[in-house]
Design a protein around this ligand. Structure first.
Ligand code: TMP
Length: 237
């Protein structure tokens, strides 16, 4: 059973799991938002798809030795996770130039990044999640210098594992956003979700966009492309 609602974000609600001190229920909503909530729409089935996709990806990362908050998928729209204190950083890894970096730095679309580029954004809706540097991150969050290095190294390790996973289902992992959280014991683990809401996923053969950009840009059917991602992941197992 769920206990009280602790937090509601744009795409998920967070409840305490009854009978536990340190476990949460992440409840995936059908809402999609873009441009910091300025564009909003609800899609039947989106919560189920992201719950299922993120559960599979977190299980995959666990098997690769990456520590995460994920415990188990609970039901269609919900999963159980270890409680963490979310570190207010959005850690973006980029393999190919698109999105905000192309405009910000005048980099040509589709330019490959080898090695991949890691960027930090301050997770603050009121400020529009600004790009920050390491010194800002140390000032604005509880992480130490060595923890910040650890977070970046983990992000790159996750990039290697996920690039391989998506390649095996004929998808190019263009870029993605991660969030990390601190467990009660003090250690930092991967938290939040990894789904087509938080990644750019392009079909390797057709270059078709299979992620939330179809909603951001109004170029396709979100449920249709998320379904394809889940179907291909299911076909792997
Ligand atoms: P960007 O190019 O807009 O900075 O996005 C980089 C990656 O981060 C992309 O995969 C989409 C993801 N992302 C989120 O998960 N949440 C956000 O709020 C934004 C702006 C991007």
């Amino acid at each position: 059973m769920k206990a009280e609602l602790l937090y509601e974000g744009k795409a998920k609600q967070v409840y305490r799991l009854e009978g536990t001190m340190d476990q949460l229920v992440l409840s995936y909503k059908n809402d999609a938002t873009a441009f910091n909530g300025k564009k909003k729409e609800s899609f039947d089935g989106k919560g189920r798809l992201n719950n299922e996709i993120s559960s599979r990806i977190f299980s995959f990362l666990h098997d690769k030795g990456i520590e995460t908050h994920f415990i188990e998928k609970w039901n269609e729209n919900e999963q159980i996770v270890q409680q963490t204190e979310i570190i207010p950083l959005e850690v973006v890894v980029r393999n190919l130039a698109t999105g905000s970096i192309t405009k910000r730095l005048g980099i040509e679309e589709n330019t490959p990044f080898d090695p991949p580029i890691v960027e930090l954004f301050f997770k603050d809706d009121e400020l529009n999640d600004p790009l920050i540097n390491d010194e800002h991150a140390l000032f604005l969050s509880s992480v130490t210098e060595s923890e910040l290095q650890e977070i970046k190294e983990k992000a790159l390790k996750i990039n290697v594992a996920l690039t391989e996973l998506f390649q095996s289902i004929n998808i190019s992992l263009v870029d993605f956003k991660l969030e990390f959280g601190r467990l009660a014991c003090g250690s930092i683990v991967l938290a939040d979700e990894i789904s087509p809401d938080t990644c750019r996923l392009w079909d390797l053969n057709t270059q078709e966009k299979m992620d939330k950009d179809v909603f951001r840009q109004g170029t396709g059917d979100l449920i249709e492309v998320y379904n394809v991602i889940l179907q291909r992941l299911e076909d792997l197992s």
